[in-house]
Design a protein around this ligand. Structure first.
Ligand code: HEC
Length: 173
């Protein structure tokens, strides 16, 4: 009987520890302190598998189309540059203060296939600062942004400026 009491007590302590942790304030919620390696691994594994699973039935349209790329650029300029930067443009104050940091999308597009890029832009990513654009933008517009992003790895600062000048009067509606 005594043994059962010990097990029971141990179980209560094991359950109480996480609750004590939650209420103690020990955890540093500051966006200036990076996650530890274990938390980082858990979040990234969860995120990568969730995105891969949810995007598996999405089929990308033809993304090599200059008018689609231009349309995507106009949306990118309006909504993404501040956080993610662009060729010759660094992240603004909001982008620099976010944790996790908004990645350089010229690198991301080499690693993430278009259906997953589409899913990320449409749905956003919980608890990261990456917004969901699916509430305000049609699928066609989101594909246009993906089409533009695919150009980022080979795009120079000068080419970005030329696109910027040629679309000066176009706004993201
Ligand atoms: C308010 C800031 C903010 C804005 C605006 C924003 N993003 Fe993000 N984005 C983030 C953050 C932060 C992450 C990192 C999420 C993470 O680490 O899981 C991210 C991640 C991403 C990723 C995943 C990249 C990777 O390598 O995992 C893509 C793709 C992306 N954003 C595209 C866009 C596009 C396209 C736009 C504009 C339509 C945009 N984002 C606007 C903050 C932003």
């Amino acid at each position: 009987m005594k043994r059962y009491w010990k097990i029971f007590l141990a179980l209560i302590i094991i359950c109480a520890l996480p609750i004590l942790f939650l209420y103690s304030g020990i955890y540093n919620i500051s966006a200036m302190e990076p996650h530890n390696k274990l938390t980082f691994w858990i979040i990234n594994t969860l995120k990568d598998n969730s995105i891969e699973h949810r995007a598996k039935n999405i089929k990308a349209p033809n993304l090599i189309d200059s008018s689609l790329i231009k349309l995507g650029f106009v949306h990118y300029r309006e909504m993404c540059v501040g956080c993610h930067g662009a060729p010759g443009i660094s992240r603004d104050e909001i982008g620099q203060g976010l944790y996790p940091e908004p990645p350089d999308l010229a690198k991301s597009v080499k690693e993430i296939p278009p259906p997953q890029l589409f899913w990320i832009i449409k749905n956003g990513i919980k608890m990261t600062g990456m917004p969901a654009f699916g509430r305000t933008h049609s699928d066609d517009r989101i594909w246009a942004i993906v089409a533009f992003m695919k150009q980022l790895p080979s795009m120079t600062k000068e080419q970005y400026e030329t696109l910027n000048n040629s679309t000066k009067n176009q706004d993201d509606e």
